[in-house]
Design a protein around this ligand. Structure first.
Ligand code: LLP
Length: 432
């Protein structure tokens, strides 16, 4: 947990007290550390330095324009999954020519937009998609660069909802079929076979699944490279992060916290993969999302009520599952810490939001300091798949987002106004 740490008994993000941000900008509030973003990008970039490589940040993890601008300034491209995301790249000052376009459902309009903007590669997930891309490219008199997403059928041993590299999933094209598909795609006049892509899942904290899938796919990539003028092999994203308590252990950085012991780092990842990838002689693309932005963000919330039932101590906060759905959706763990350290014996607590669902919780039966109305908390490691998965369920406005750099803090997304939630809705004419 790099740049969120206690200074005395106050939680800081870089050089700014998080409590001062909560007071100034209100809660719920997403807070991001620019330094962590840059540092994590550089850690990966440096680990891969001996390879011809390019990082395409998987912006589905966090697509705030400022977050993207920070990464574009580091030299990052982007992995996009919709025309909307590509428009965001342009709005953030990124370069579409450094972007790859993934996703199983690309529409004709999306393909046309990406072609006109000069996308580096469409990462294709089915043969009908390749046929459609060829058709759109022919109409525009363009050549469309593509890669096929190979499904290596390797289990990544992560949460069922975020594993993608087996035949149980909708993603990619079965390993056994890939060669024939390249042969057929090669006959399409407006298709350029530019690369091969692979992604096995998310939040993978050990090197073995990456190593196994690369080992399995490499001979196929070599074969394809010998036949076609390929430029790249994308090894996807998926590098996991530490969600477990780091700050509670007193560590100033999660890299040196007990929770991080044994977890894959960019260095251990590179040590296993570089020797395999180096002889290939292709540019290596990577699409990390969570690794770069996960630990760079926290969701700050305020305690509204503390409610004791016969069995439980419920800490009811002003953030809810609509702001951060990961605990409700994946049973995900996020470390929860007070913005001002508290003494006293911990109490087993459930931290819950105000949405009318029993699934609306951030933790269950977790020992936390005794909390009371008005106390403020941070849910850590919420930078990835946090705000981007937020909704306005229960007509709750989207939270504000703040970026911190050193002693500077600026709003990078205004808190949504309640009336903006139903903007565009209408009462049907016959109801009036
Ligand atoms: N490349 C492809 C093709 C992907 O599908 C994904 C993520 C990534 C890269 C980036 O993966 P990462 O480096 O972030 O692990 N909402 C879930 C995670 C969904 C991941 C979807 N695909 C969560 O909150 O855990």
């Amino acid at each position: 947990m790099h740049d969120f740490r206690y200074v005395g008994n106050q939680l800081f993000c870089e050089g700014v007290s998080v409590d001062s941000l909560a007071r100034k900008f209100g809660t719920p509030l997403y807070v991001y550390s620019q330094h962590t973003l840059e540092d994590h990008f550089k850690k990966l970039d440096t680990a891969l330095a001996s390879l011809d490589h390019h990082i395409c940040f998987a912006m589905k993890a966090n697509s705030n324009l400022s977050v993207m601008r920070v990464l574009a300034n580091c030299g990052s491209g982007f992995d996009v999954v919709s025309a909307g995301e590509l428009q965001r790249v342009i709005a953030a000052g990124g370069d579409p020519k450094k972007c790859v376009f993934a996703g199983v459902a690309k529409s004709e309009a999306e393909i046309e937009f990406a072609l006109r903007k000069g996308i580096y590669s469409f990462n294709c997930e089915s043969e009908p998609e390749i046929v459609r891309i060829n058709k759109v490219a022919a109409r525009l008199k363009k050549i469309a660069p593509i890669a096929v997403r190979v499904n290596p059928n390797v289990a990544a041993k992560t949460h069922a909802k975020i594993t993608t590299g087996t035949y149980e999933n909708k993603f990619g094209i079965a390993f056994e079929e890939v060669e024939a598909i390249y042969a057929r795609a090669n006959k399409l006049k407006n298709i350029q076979l530019r690369g091969v892509q692979m992604h096995i899942g998310s939040q993978i904290t050990e090197t073995t699944p990456f190593e196994l899938s690369v080992k399995k796919v490499l001979p196929l990539v070599q074969q394809l490279k010998a036949k076609y003028a390929l430029e790249f092999f994308s090894i996807g994203g998926g590098l996991g992060i530490v969600y477990e308590p780091a700050l509670a252990s007193g560590a100033t950085s999660w890299w040196n916290s007990p929770a991080a012991k044994g977890i894959m780092t960019p260095a251990t990842y590179a040590a296993k993969l570089l020797p395999l990838l180096q002889p290939l002689g292709l540019k290596i693309l990577m699409e990390p999302g969570r690794f770069i932005v996960g630990n760079a963000g926290a969701l700050v919330t305020k305690v509204e009520y503390v409610k004791r039932t016969g069995k439980k101590n419920f800490v009811i906060v002003d953030a809810a599952m609509n702001d951060l759905i990961r605990p409700a959706f994946y049973d995900a763990y996020h470390e929860i810490v007070p913005l001002k350290k508290k003494g006293g014996a911990p109490i087993s607590s459930d931290v819950v939001g105000g949405v009318c669902e029993s699934g609306d919780y951030f933790c269950k039966d977790r020992p936390l300091a005794k909390l009371g109305e008005g106390d403020t908390l941070a849910l850590l490691s919420a930078g990835a798949y946090g705000f981007v998965m937020a909704s306005t369920y229960n007509t709750r406005p989207l939270a504000a987002e703040v970026l911190v750099s050193g002693k500077n803090a600026g709003v990078v997304r205004e808190r949504q106004k309640v009336v903006e939630i139903w903007k565009g809705e209408k009462v049907a004419a016959w109801l009036k």
